[in-house]
Design a protein around this ligand. Structure first.
Ligand code: KIV
Ligand code: ZN
Length: 390
């Protein structure tokens, strides 16, 4: 039996996810969602940015007190006041870490931080040293790493490791990287940074080019053991790597990747809907895994195949993710077989001639209404046969 490498799922729905425009949450909503994330089985929860408001601080504090089975991550810039707030808010967690970040790309240094490389390295040294006085596990993120100068990236990571960082999280902050360049970045860092082989590697990918999951998988191929994700992929701009997509890619193709997660997939659908409702963030119909259409089939050819064997057109079992059974949608592309099968589920057995009549009426109706509901179909059956259907 081959052993699978365990990938830690670090959930940032309540921090980066909440940075999505319009998605902000009340403290009590954060607490309810954090409970659900724990039920889903995420390994680490980043519940927010403690310095940002008193309500945020209290929510993080309560989550830290309550969820004793899950590691809680405090989030801070390389600034004393942020660190103090993050350390205080997570004080009562059974297991905790402190996540410090600072910009690493030249454009961020020049226009956002307005600091030299030397000053930034000094901030990293001072603030990791400071955080380390209170928290043993320090995660460090060089922001905009995928656009940073490579030598400077190595230097800043080396400084962080020197001062005691235990987890190096390399973010693709702008969703700019391509998988074939992003994956090898991790091998390069491990090889070129002093102390690079004694830390845990993590990744945090944004989805501006729709590559967040692909980039995260590329990072996994290059030894990353933690992936930062958010439910439904919510987050800044086009969002973060979607938890449900990454987890199901691993579950479906994990054997070829040699990895697994500890996520309880049966909680995926419920978690997705809870986040969507709390954030007032609709899920697009064609969103992988959790979108309305993700397991619905309209084409006659597909419906026919599914009725013969589900695996013809489904690579995952929706029920295993808590998604109501896969649905065959009746519309103008549906074939006779699907109609016959659907009415048979209501105990109606159509003779060939009856099926022809129902099918003809059905097609006219489908042209008119696009989707034909079961109620309407049964009405058509009643009109073209003498069969009374309840
Ligand atoms: O996108 C990003 O770079 C971040 C970091 C602060 C981890 O959210
Ligand atoms: Zn981010």
């Amino acid at each position: 039996m081959t052993t699978q490498r365990r990938i830690q799922i670090f959930d940032t729905t309540l921090r980066d996810g909440e940075q999505a425009p319009g998605a902000s949450l009340k403290p009590e909503q954060k607490i309810v969602l954090a409970r659900q994330l724990a039920k889903l089985g995420v390994d680490v929860i980043e519940p927010g940015f403690a310095i940002s408001s008193p309500g945020e601080f209290q929510a993080i504090q309560q989550i830290s007190r309550e969820l004793q089975e899950t590691e809680i991550c405090g989030f801070a810039r390389c600034v004393r006041a942020d660190i103090d707030a993050a350390v205080a808010a997570t004080q009562d967690a059974a297991r905790r870490r402190l996540h410090l970040f600072i910009s690493a790309s030249q454009i961020h240094l020049d226009f956002q931080l307005r600091k030299t490389r030397e000053q930034v390295i000094q901030d990293v040294r001072n603030m990791i040293g400071y955080g380390k006085q209170s928290v043993e596990q320090i995660e460090f993120s060089p922001m905009d790493a995928s656009r940073a100068d490579r030598d400077f990236l190595y230097q800043i990571i080396e400084a962080a490791i020197d001062e005691g960082a235990t987890i190096i999280n390399i973010p693709d902050t702008l969703g700019y990287a391509l998988p074939e360049e992003f994956g090898p970045l991790f091998s390069d860092v491990r090889r070129n940074v002093r102390g690079g082989d004694r830390v845990i590697y993590s990744t945090h990918c944004h989805n501006d080019l729709g590559l967040a999951v692909a980039n995260s998988l590329a990072a996994i191929r290059h030894g990353v053991t933690q992936v930062e994700v958010s439910v439904n992929g919510v987050g800044e701009r086009a969002g973060n790597c979607a938890l449900e997509e990454l987890v199901m890619a691993i579950e479906t193709r994990g054997a070829s990747l040699g990895v697994e997660t500890g996520i309880r997939s049966s909680e995926i659908f419920e978690t997705s809907r809870m986040v969507s409702r709390a954030m007032h963030f609709p899920i697009s119909f064609n969103k992988p895994i959790v979108g309305r259409n993700a397991f619905q089939h309209e084409s006659g050819i597909h419906q026919d195949g599914l009725l013969k064997n589900r695996n013809t057109y489904e690579i995952m079992d929706p029920e295993a993710m808590g998604i109501p059974r896969s649905m065959i949608i009746l519309g103008k592309h549906s074939g006779r077989h699907a109609i016959k099968h659907r009415v048979s589920e209501y105990g109606v057995k159509l003779q060939d001639q009856e099926l022809d009549d129902v099918y003809a009426r059905f097609k006219e109706k489908a042209d008119e209404t696009k989707i034909v509901t079961d109620d309407v179909l049964l009405q058509l059956v009643g009109e073209s046969t003498q069969i009374a259907v309840e």
